[in-house]
Design a protein. Structure first.
Lengths: 521, 258
């Protein structure tokens, strides 16, 4: 009977931590010339498309016969672009105080509405508004708080352009007037409404930090443009804004506190006049026996016309296709060449091996996406501006979110593709699945015949929801707009959209680990 | 040529044992009909004069089905490069052009059959689903019927479009030789043009890009309303892409000897 001696190598065992695994995978990645070239190409494609978009987009405004640069819109207290146009009847308020009015009528006209676009009809757009306002000064873009009655959304309290609080619903008429009261105490403004001038209900309060000591107090009327959206034959939509005008009748106007001087009226922010204003009804105020009839047009709201900073990032989609191909191949090539045996022999823990691969491909894609997005956004903006485009300003945080988010988007897409490559073990099936889930929904949602509702569902349910991280301008419920994916508005909030993509990636990666263990390779 | 055709048909039918042809065929039909049905169900037409084209709507699924067709076509030659089968193929059929033509012919025939099923399924789904969303004769929309001239043209054109996509994919795969890179290139070519068109603000450039985009120009055949390109000219654009890809693929095959 012989005794078997177990062979023990005299060599010291190498370290087998996760860092070594990642290093091994990184070596595999960086030594395949095609993958490195493809990743670099993906970055360059994103940058090249972004910059060519920026340099190809010119914008000018007609001023009589000559084309001039478009005037930049005013900027609100929070740094966002705003539209600030209304007819304002005001007086200075040097201290604390308030204003009370009764609104008995809100009427107006809409020019050339659908279906025939052939006449000017009486009517109001839903966000036509009349009410009382405390505003820092008459400069467009200054801080304000206002209490108003709208045509289609009842009483609202709005302040500093982006904030909107709902009050009692319903329309105003002589039979059902609205009493409005707005009071100022320091930086705090409080709005009240009443049906009879005796029973008051609070609508909301606003804090306007750093409001000047002397402000303007008064009443206003304005009416935003009507919007018609037409489907374009070439994909996408054509939006058309049409002039509207509103007239409000105020009485029982009283000012609480000391507000010296007389009422004076003037347009805030509106330049130019339309034929309607010249020949039929001018903006302005008429007083008779304490009743003020005020006519105005425009809006006091955030402005969404212009180029959002993420517009030069549309090329990311093409870059993602390249990254998906690389990520899938980095896994399927191992199966094709049999390298997977060596890989799993070197470290038999399937989950860790796949995790190391995911770390490497994720990090590479993140770096490629981040660098490309940073160049496209930061270099794209001055080019857009030089061509006369107005780039909508956003906070630094939003800018970082858009750029870094694009990197994360690329990383998640690549890891998702890697997991699919592991699941299918075949490159073509994995690439098709990844592209069909990430890229195709986005294209169907933005550039196809799908209706807006279906497009929004696609971007809620599929991994393409992750593109929401690139949206820099939010949707404003109190501004009429064409908020659809084709115009860059996603149905999910930026982080929620990214979370959907993350969930898909985690699910695919989890399945891949399970399958890798069960199949043993 | 007959022998080559027979060989290619056998390969396509039996490729890698598990039978990817049935899989791709089923995928094409399922994806196309499913998306078409979903689009038909999602769109409603509440009154007369709604701005919709029911024929085009019921054929939306071609947007997705073409991916499965591209997969089949890319695998037909890319798969051979992956497994080394290409050596056997060219040993048995040394005339590169003939071998590629045989592949193209077999692939076109297969896609024609699968595409017809997928497109007819979509039209049928549209016929059944669309009236529920308000596409009724009272709103000016008679039920979809292949007997109707424009509907027939849209349906036939969609099948032809799928065939051309298959040929385009085959050409690209022959040129690139790597299945994954080939499918990425084809899908990029198909899906990216519509987006770039949205990015461009200059209408002249938009129109130019639209006219050369295989997806946009090709699917003009589905529209029953006038578009910048006539339906035939649109298909001709895709045909030109397919011819260019096949020619490039064929030339590279000859030059590189594989």
């Amino acid at each position: 009977m012989s005794v078997a001696t177990v062979y023990r190598s005299g060599l010291r065992a190498g370290r087998d931590g996760f860092a070594q695994l990642v290093r091994a995978e990184w070596t595999k990645f960086r030594t395949v010339r095609g993958w490195v070239i493809a990743m670099t190409a993906a970055s360059l494609i994103i940058v090249a498309l972004g910059l060519s978009y920026a340099s190809g987009n010119r914008s000018t405004c007609g001023q009589g016969p000559v084309e001039v640069a478009c005037p930049a819109p005013p900027v609100g207290p929070d740094g966002e672009a705003v539209t600030d146009g209304f007819f304002f009847v005001h007086r200075p308020l040097p201290a604390e105080g308030g204003i009370t009015v009764r609104l008995t009528s809100l009427t107006g006209i809409i020019t050339y509405p659908p279906p025939d676009h052939d006449k000017i009809v009486p009517g109001l757009v839903p966000w036509a508004k009349a009410g009382i306002i405390v505003k820092e000064n008459t400069r467009p873009g200054s801080a304000y708080a206002a209490l108003m009655v709208t045509a289609g959304h009842g009483v609202r309290m709005q302040y500093d352009y982006t904030h909107d609080i709902a009050g009692r619903p319903g329309r105003v008429s002589a039979a059902s007037p609205r009493w409005l009261r707005l009071t100022r105490t320091g930086d705090t403004l409080t709005g009240y409404e009443s049906a009879d001038g005796r029973q008051w209900a609070k609508v909301g309060t606003a804090r306007l930090d750093g409001l000047a000591a002397t402000v303007r107090i008064g009443f206003f009327v304005t009416s935003p443009s009507d919007l018609t959206v037409k489907r374009s034959d070439l994909g996408g939509t054509i939006e058309q804004a049409r002039f509207t005008q509103a007239t409000g009748v105020f009485d029982h106007v009283s000012v609480q506190g000391t507000a010296p001087g007389e009422w004076s009226g003037g347009n805030v922010g509106n330049a130019g006049t339309t034929d309607w204003e010249r020949h039929h009804q001018a903006t302005g105020v008429q007083e008779s026996g304490g009743t003020f009839t005020v006519t105005g047009h425009g809006d006091i709201a955030p402005q969404t016309d212009g180029q959002p900073i993420e517009r030069p990032l549309t090329g990311v989609l093409i870059g993602l296709i390249v990254m998906v191909v690389v990520a899938v191949t980095s896994m399927t090539a191992e199966y094709r060449r049999g390298l997977i045996r060596t890989t799993l022999l070197a470290d038999p823990r399937r989950g860790r091996t796949l995790a190391a691969k995911a770390v490497v491909i994720g990090a590479v894609s993140f770096a490629a996406g981040l660098a490309a997005a940073a160049v496209a956004v930061l270099a794209g903006r001055p080019i857009l501006q030089a061509n006369g485009n107005y780039v909508l300003p956003v906070s630094t945080f939003t800018e970082v979110r858009v750029i870094a988010g694009t990197g994360v988007l690329a990383a998640l897409a690549a890891v998702f593709a890697l997991a699919l490559g592991t699941l299918f073990r075949r490159a073509v099936a994995a690439v098709i699945t990844a592209i069909a889930l990430i890229v195709v929904p986005y294209i169907l949602a933005t550039a196809s015949v799908l209706p807006d509702g279906a497009a929004q569902w696609l971007l809620r349910l599929t991994p393409a929801a992750g593109f929401a991280i690139q949206q820099s301008i939010p949707e404003y419920a109190h501004v009429l707009g064409h908020y659809v994916p084709a115009a860059g508005y996603f149905p999910l909030a930026p982080w929620a959209g990214l979370a959907v993509l993350s969930a898909y990636t985690a699910l695919a990666l989890g399945l891949a680990v399970v399958l890798l263990r069960r199949r043993d390779g | 040529m007959k022998r080559e055709l027979h060989a290619e048909w056998t390969k396509l039918r039996t490729m890698s044992g598990s039978g990817r042809l049935p899989l791709a065929a089923v995928l094409t039909v399922v994806l196309t009909v499913a998306l078409s049905a979903a689009a038909s169900a999602a769109v409603t037409c509440p009154a007369i004069g709604c701005d919709q084209d029911p024929v085009r709507l019921s054929l939306t699924g071609v947007h997705l089905g073409q991916a499965a067709v591209a997969m089949l076509a890319v695998l037909a030659i890319g798969g051979e490069y992956g497994t080394g089968m290409i050596r056997t193929t060219f040993t048995a059929m040394p005339r590169r052009a003939v071998a590629l033509s045989a592949k193209a012919a077999v692939l076109a025939g297969g896609t024609l059959a699968v595409g017809t099923v997928a497109v007819l399924g979509s039209v049928l789904a549209g016929r059944l689903i669309l009236p529920g969303g308000g596409f009724v004769p009272a709103h000016g929309f008679p039920p979809l019927s292949p007997a109707d001239g424009p509907t027939l043209r849209a349906a036939l054109g969609s099948v032809l479009y799928l065939v051309l996509v298959a040929l385009l994919s085959l050409g690209v795969a022959a040129a690139v030789r790597d299945a994954a890179a080939a499918i990425g290139t084809v899908l990029g070519l198909l899906y990216v043009f519509p987006l770039v068109i949205l990015m461009v603000s200059d209408p002249a450039w938009q129109l130019r890009l639209w006219q050369v985009s295989p997806l946009n120009a090709g699917l003009a055949i589905q529209s029953t309303t006038p578009l910048p390109l006539s339906p035939g000219a649109g298909l001709a654009v895709v045909a030109a892409w397919a011819a260019a890809a096949l020619l490039t693929g064929g030339l590279l095959l000859r030059l590189r000897d594989a």
